[in-house]
Design a protein around this ligand. Sequence first.
Ligand code: HEM
Length: 426
Amino acid sequence: MTKLQSTRNSAADGPTTDGRASEFGRAYRPFEHDPSFSLFARARVEAPVFWCDEIGYWVVTRREDIAPIFQDPDTFGAEIALSPVADLAPEAITVMRDGGFDSVPVQVNCNPPTHSRVREIAGTYLNAKQYRTLEPYIHAKTVAFLDAMEGKGQVDLVADLAYDLPALVIFQMMGIPDADVNRIKRWANNRLLLTFGQLTTGEQMACARDMVAYWDYCRELVAARLVEPQDDYPSALLRERNGDDDVLTIKEIESLVFGLLLAGHETTTNQTGNAFRMLLSHPEAWQAICDDPKLIPNAIEETLRFQASVVCWRRRTKRAVTIGGVEIPAGANLLLATASASRDESNFADGERFDIHRRNAREHLAFGSGIHFCIGAPLARLELRVILEEATKRFPNMRLVDDQEIEMVRTIAFRGPTKLLVELGA
Ligand code: HEM
């Protein structure tokens, strides 16, 4: 079963000497968006790997250290990828246990050989060819959201576009009715906070109840497809399984559905917000993609590099290793600061500058790398392209509302604006 306790290392697992690296560890605010980028820029030079006692993780900041970690699953396990980063209250764990929550690690938080088996089967449906069949739907929904904005003057791009659209796309793949968007978005958001956030006991209890409801929903969905298969992802998994537990168990299928109902839209919702924010706060970049839509794909890569919706990911050492000159024991938690790696000057010239013409923008680590590389990356890119193509055509004079306070989602890994006010222009 997926671990419900947090997996934090204790201070005893941290550095034995109090040095420069510990200063970074004390200054780093893992749940806050700011000032992480300026801190990372200094850390990459002065202390590329530092211990953060607040979460009990070694933070790795340089691209040259992070990329090989992703490529080496024999040394760096993925089993902690979805473990709660902060300790859960026993009451919250009881709510989930008593509620029958028993999803098992599949894909992002499991290691070979289970991962290889599951990924191969998931890939028979989750692939670029299948995603392309969704383009007409993505296009039609985007146009409908933009139609609804006409004449409004000012809108919130998160509430009026980015919040629903990626969920509706995943729901198409899952065979879920549009009417369920709101409750599934709420469950998914609460799951994200429980796993990656820092909540009070009361908040944890509310999220734990939602996790149970969310899990029940996924189990019922799979049960319904067992009786009556449809043209969707759960039915495709059941078809591949063909009654054979050695191929996939029913619990693994339920867990895959549970996983995708989060991974498939929260990330893209946040990335859509980040992309608009970056492009509109650099008006010359917005103007350039309005004038020449062929620039949009690379502009998307630059927004993923400069302001990804997933800013770090996690691994655990299987043996003692040396990373960036720092000795790290076996069983240590690593926070791979991918957003830092994606600005690393050793790979990206003038990496702290947003530049939609950057030639190697696509070398960012926003989608991870190696055997767990995001299986939904082609879909996220497709959605972002269609959204930006249509929005630039329809509202070329769009601009950010001045002096708005932009609040970012507050977790260690997921970031995006909770609200983004824009003037649509004439
Ligand atoms: C901008 C949007 C997205 C971002 C930034 C993002 C980011 C990530 C990251 C960082 C990983 C972990 C990679 C690793 O461990 O090496 C991942 C894995 C994954 N993502 Fe995404 N993702 C996005 C969109 C999506 C979408 C749309 C889907 C659904 C189709 C999806 C499904 C998954 C799955 C299933 C995995 C696990 C893959 C595996 O372990 O084999 N993601 N994603």
